[in-house]
Design a protein around this ligand. Structure first.
Ligand SMILES: *Cc1c(COP(=O)(O)O)cnc(C)c1O
Length: 230
């Protein structure tokens, strides 16, 4: 049995180790604790362990946890966002990790009262089951977003394929980093695109080695709601 604080300590150590291997500063890496599978009490425990960034993938998760946690957290929306939910979600989050289509951008422009920090989601690996833009679509998409003053492109996001093959995972993350470098080099005022949202419980070490600045970690931090399996 381990507690949230113990698991977090362990993860922070692993991030520090990965940063050392890659000659990076651990302060460049922000942990987003994904609380989508647990209730408000466990989310509170995460906050009390010193984490400031929480990730949810559904409106219901925000409804359930924001009253309890409120302004103690910065809220990241990491799931695919249906256009019809934008109105209710957009004013309540600090970061959107799943901007993946023009119709969503248009809806955000219509509903947001202030600019929203967004990650453009990219399907680097090309798996048909994954959402996100193809790597060769990202440049035009990001340029097009210049028409929307409610969208600020802070970076790119991806999910690695679910595989044991470390090289496949690594090349996915590296691909996102190279794309990030290309987009940020364009120096578009609406798209500083300096950040990389990549790495989950099973692959965050590789993601950090490849340049992740936001890792989205769920089960390795929060465990499971009933019983502690890790
Ligand atoms: C659930 C989820 C995570 C966290 O997954 P774990 O394997 O529990 O760490 C990260 N990113 C996205 C987009 C998710 O949906």
């Amino acid at each position: 049995m381990s507690t949230v604080a113990e698991r977090l300590n362990d993860i922070q150590q692993q991030i520090t180790d990965a940063c050392r291997r890659a000659a990076r500063n651990p302060e460049e890496v922000t942990i987003v604790a994904v609380t989508k599978s647990v209730g408000p009490e466990r989310a509170r425990e995460v906050i009390d362990s010193g984490i400031r960034h929480l990730g949810e993938n559904r409106l219901e998760g925000l409804d359930q946890k924001q009253p309890e946690i409120g302004p103690d957290a910065r809220w990241h929306f990491i799931g695919s966002l249906q256009s019809r939910k934008v109105r209710e979600v957009i004013g309540r989050i600090d970061f959107l990790h799943s901007l993946d289509r023009g119709s969503l951008a248009k809806e955000i422009q219509k509903r947001a009262e202030r600019p929203v920090d967004c990650f453009v989601q990219v399907n680097v690996s090309g798996e048909t089951s994954k959402s996100g833009l193809g790597p060769d679509e990202v440049g035009d998409f990001v340029r097009m977003l210049g028409a929307y003053d409610k969208i600020r492109v802070v970076g790119l996001m991806t999910m690695a394929p679910n595989t044991e093959d470390e090289e496949v995972i690594r090349s996915t993350f590296r691909g996102l980093r190279e794309l990030r470098d290309e987009i940020s080099a364009l120096k578009l005022p609406h798209a500083p695109c300096t950040e990389l949202s990549m790495g989950m419980s099973n692959d965050f070490g590789i993601a950090v080695e490849e340049g992740a600045t936001f890792v989205r970690i769920g089960t390795a931090i929060v465990g499971y709601e009933s019983g502690e399996r890790s």
